[in-house]
Each structure stands twice: as structure tokens, then as C-alpha cells.
Design a protein around this ligand. Structure first.
Ligand code: 5GP
Ligand code: ZN
Length: 116
């Protein structure tokens, strides 16, 4: 889906396989891979294949947003006990550093308050 790709985007490059990642799920709409610097025993990013800046943009596609949540849930069940924290950092003031929307799935053990 070339028209939905940002040539300077690190997650577009991961989607394309040009930067390696440890994938735990992939389908036609999203991929999920382990975060490079995990903040919890399980820390996976669920990323739509098409470039969208943040969850404000993703909300314009409710089916894709729902699918992202479903995959997060599946990952938490496969990699941990099924409980998880789902975080979309949205905008630089909220700590977003990669401007290709990604859902952080944090799971495993008991997560501390304020972890991430
Ligand atoms: P943000 O702060 O934008 O919500 O989160 C970006 C996340 O992406 C960070 O947790 C960071 O560790 C992760 N990250 C950044 N670059 C890479 C990369 O090249 N590979 C992987 N697996 N994770 C990355
Ligand atoms: Zn991108």
C-alpha cells in the first residue's frame, strides 16, 4: 500500500521488513512486534500497516481501531495471563516519539501504577 507509506517513518520501514523486528503477530491490517526497550515483562507494539499519525487519525477507521484492540488482547493472552494495559501516546506532549500510530501492550506479572 505504497500511497499510505511515509518514506521517513521507522514503523513503515518495520512494516516493510526493511528494519528487523521480533514479530509476534501479523495479518493484512496490522503487525505486532516486541518493543526495543521493554517497560514491562511483555511489551508489544500493535501497528497498522498503513501509515497513520496517531490514534486521532486511527479513530476515523473504527474497524481498524477495533481490530488493533482485538490483536492487543490476543497478544496479551498468548504472551501473558491475558490482562494488559493498552496505551496510545498521542502527541509530543504525551510522550509520542514515533508518529506512526502504535498501541503499547504492557502485560506480565503485576503492573505498577503509572508504569509507562
Ligand atoms: P512512543 O513514545 O512513540 O509511544 O513509543 C515508541 C516506542 O517505539 C518506544 O517504546 C520505543 O522503544 C519503540 N521503538 C522505537 N524504535 C523502535 C524500533 O526500531 N524497533 C522496535 N522494536 N521498537 C522501537
Ligand atoms: Zn509510518
Amino acid at each position: 500500500v505504497t500511497e499510505h507509506r511515509d518514506p521517513d517513518c521507522v514503523f513503515c520501514k518495520i512494516v516493510a521488513g526493511e528494519i528487523p523486528s521480533e514479530r509476534v503477530h501479523e495479518d493484512e491490517q496490522v503487525i505486532a512486534f516486541k518493543d526495543l526497550s521493554p517497560k514491562a515483562p511483555v511489551h508489544v507494539l500493535v501497528v497498522p500497516r498503513e501509515h497513520r499519525r496517531d490514534v486521532r487519525e486511527l479513530a476515523g477507521d473504527p474497524a481498524l481501531l477495533a481490530h488493533t484492540a482485538e490483536v492487543a488482547s490476543k497478544v496479551a493472552s498468548e504472551q501473558a495471563d491475558g490482562d494488559f494495559r493498552l496505551i496510545f501516546n498521542t502527541g509530543a506532549n504525551a510522550g509520542q516519539t514515533v508518529f506512526h500510530v502504535h498501541a503499547h501492550v504492557l502485560a506480565g506479572g503485576t503492573l505498577a501504577e503509572g508504569e509507562m
